[in-house]
Design a binder for this molecule. Structure first.
Ligand code: SME
Length: 158
């Protein structure tokens, strides 16, 4: 986006709140739920927010999410932007989903997407997936912010 979004509370404050949730939640899933809700509520252009967890069969299983129901509750790592982020072990930003052949459609309203791997002990264990109804919604600030959140989430896999 041309104008960089500045949240009501700072990115750092959101990271701190997420960290508190992660440290105090009674289970991995309730921590995921709290972080997904926090991200969805904090940033207006984060229209769909979900966490996928990688299983032993090289499939991504959808955990807690906010936004429209997704047809992609299981994604093989060979498929999708989500699978590509696992294979490449790095964040992928898709500025225009209609111009990316890897993209698996979740909602017709989705225009752009960011997928951030959660890496623990050197291996991808899951990922944060965020869709926006705004084209080219995600930039360096979102990448840095969400990678910091992913580092916090990786503590749940130790
Ligand atoms: N767009 C993703 C699929 C997940 S839905 O967006 C929720 C992909 O291409 O892998």
């Amino acid at each position: 986006m041309t104008d960089e979004y500045v949240p009501d509370i700072s990115w750092d404050q959101i990271i701190k709140v997420a960290d508190d949730f992660i440290k105090t939640s009674s289970s991995r899933n309730s921590a995921f739920e709290a972080v997904v809700n926090l991200l969805h509520a904090s940033v207006p252009y984060y229209d769909w927010v979900g966490i996928y967890v990688l299983n032993s069969k090289d499939e991504l299983l959808l955990g807690p999410y906010r936004g429209d129901e997704s047809p992609h509750s299981t994604i093989p790592v060979a498929r999708g932007v989500c699978g590509a982020a696992v294979r490449e072990k790095q964040t992928i930003i898709v500025p225009d989903v209609n111009n990316d052949s890897r993209y698996l459609a979740c909602s017709l309203e989705t225009k752009s997407e960011i997928v951030v791997p959660i890496i623990a002990k050197g291996a991808v264990r899951g990922e944060i997936d965020i869709d926006s109804h705004t084209i080219d919604a995600f930039g360096t600030a979102d990448k840095d912010f969400l990678e910091a959140i992913a580092v916090k989430l990786s503590e749940l896999f130790r």
